[in-house]
Design a protein around this ligand. Sequence first.
Ligand SMILES: [Zn+2]
Length: 293
Amino acid sequence: MKLRIIKETLRQIKYNEVMPELPEVETIVRCLRPHLSGLQVRSVRLLFPPIVRDPGRFPLKKLIGRWISGLRRRGKMILLDFSGGVTLIVHLKMTGQLLFCRQSKPPDKHTHFILGFSRPQRELRFRDVRKFGFIRAVRTAEAERTREISLLGPEPLELNRTAFLECLRGRRGRLKGLLLNQRVLAGIGNIYADEILYEAGLHPRTDVSHLGRLRLETLYAAISKVLEEAIVFKGTTVRDFRDGFGLEGLFQNRLCVYGRDGEACLRCGSRIKRIRLSGRSTHFCPRCQRRRV
Ligand SMILES: [Zn+2]
């Protein structure tokens, strides 16, 4: 019984480190885009005002009457563009969800913001149990200059190999920390950093400055492969992630190292290890990902 409680506590700690990353946010955007584009906002309901950043800059009521002209992702954030050059930046943080629900379904106590539309009988709800997420309305032209977006590095799936090598040139630091650093590459978090390094056969403690061109190219290929595959499988649901219609992702069934500590490596059979690195749980195979330096 005691062991089960300890195990559960560890699991909670682990879950607390999980937030929607690039594939999960991309899944939400792709799922909602065809349904939201062109809808006109009829009502704005703010049930928990502290989730709005910088509320004086652009009052949310001014969204009424505007059409949704686009939905896009930048790093781990969702950007909802409206007619008249207004953008709503949404960060889901750990437990945030953006759900396209039927109006007839009553919102629960964790729903903090609701956009109502003229048709169909649906509304867009921002739901967040832990309340770490936020929304912020800005002029579209200013979105890139906000503090949330201006410091982000490039999108990993938009970089070609040459640009990727250029992006890492002269950098130092352990690979795990480097992949988590949003100023270097935007969108990768704890789950995919571990999966990418496993795919590349690189130890998370290896310093990036010690990697030759070949290994950097292997890392580049691993980033693209893991992130693209995770998008195809609609993201990873460890606990809270849901797409725009409340459905779970499927990539959790394809994880090779994340959350598999103590289990056998799918390639060599060694036990997957978990260590603490850059303040986060880090999972790797000690045999397939030998430390080189
Ligand atoms: Zn292995």
